[in-house]
Design a protein around this ligand. Sequence first.
Ligand SMILES: [Fe+2]
Ligand SMILES: [Fe+2]
Length: 345
Amino acid sequence: MRDTGARRVLIVDDSPAFTDALKRLLTAEGFVADVLHDSEGVIGAVAQFAPDVVLLDVDLPGASGFEVCRRLKRFEATRLIPVVLLTGLVGREHRLAGIEAGADDFLTKPFDSSELTARVRSLSRLKRYTDELESAESVIVSLALTVEARDAYTEGHCDRLSTYAVALGRAIGLSADDLWALRKGGLLHDVGKVGIPDAILLKQGRLTAEEYEIVKSHTVIGERLCSGLRSLASVRPIIRQHHERLNGTGYPDGLKGSEVSLLAQIIGVVDAFDAMTTDRPYRKSLGIERAFEELRGDVAKGAMDATLVERFIELAPGIFASTPPSAGWDAARVERAAELSPATA
Ligand SMILES: [Fe+2]
Ligand SMILES: [Fe+2]
């Protein structure tokens, strides 16, 4: 993992005497420092210099330090860079404004040089950890997309699942954290297939009982792959449980009812739908109406939750308008299928 090179600090302050002194101090401590004297070019400088920490004066010509901090925290690419606000202003109000702007720390001028270097050191260490976590997470996401790419017939499957699951989750009022987990869950649910041999995964005919057991293990392998990443903690149950069914007929653990996490149930519904509406080498897409019928059949058997399935069918025409299913998309027919009264109560 990346922990190479000196830690980089961007100093933004309008007083050259101050920035010179600070730069000298940080350089002596082994940091690489860059200096800006106004707020104008901060975003550009951050993009170019890729600092591990930004030391930002509150009182800048142009936009204030608070405003610059707020901007840095708004963008995905810069929001994880620790920002220390340097302030000559003491008082609760300024601290509150800084916290609101998303600042990670404060230093009141004049400050003790060893305190400053200690804080910069610990924040830059934190930044490197976050970088490592982010890159580990993106390795797993690319792995999942590689798995999808091995099988030409599943193209777009993960993206569709994310979109469908998030739309369904939003419709039933889930929190932003749950929606995030659903989005990641859609992308990662089948990542464990990386451990299944091509001969089985891409087999055109029926699987033997043994081969089917091996395919089932993708749930456990996937969960294990993500186990080292705390950031994916809420996604792991989705990966392990997306083939569990409420009546205990699913795998790998044969869970029942509320033992199956709600998020995994959601991915389970949209995954089953997407599998049925994708052409496979050994069969064509079932078509959307048939797929809806099958889902309702699963509800009748107690395998799936009625509310989730009906909400999904209700939402389908709207969702498919922007993200159509793999095969068998026909707006009018989807509307009609969604309107049919459920086969079961
Ligand atoms: Fe799966
Ligand atoms: Fe899947």
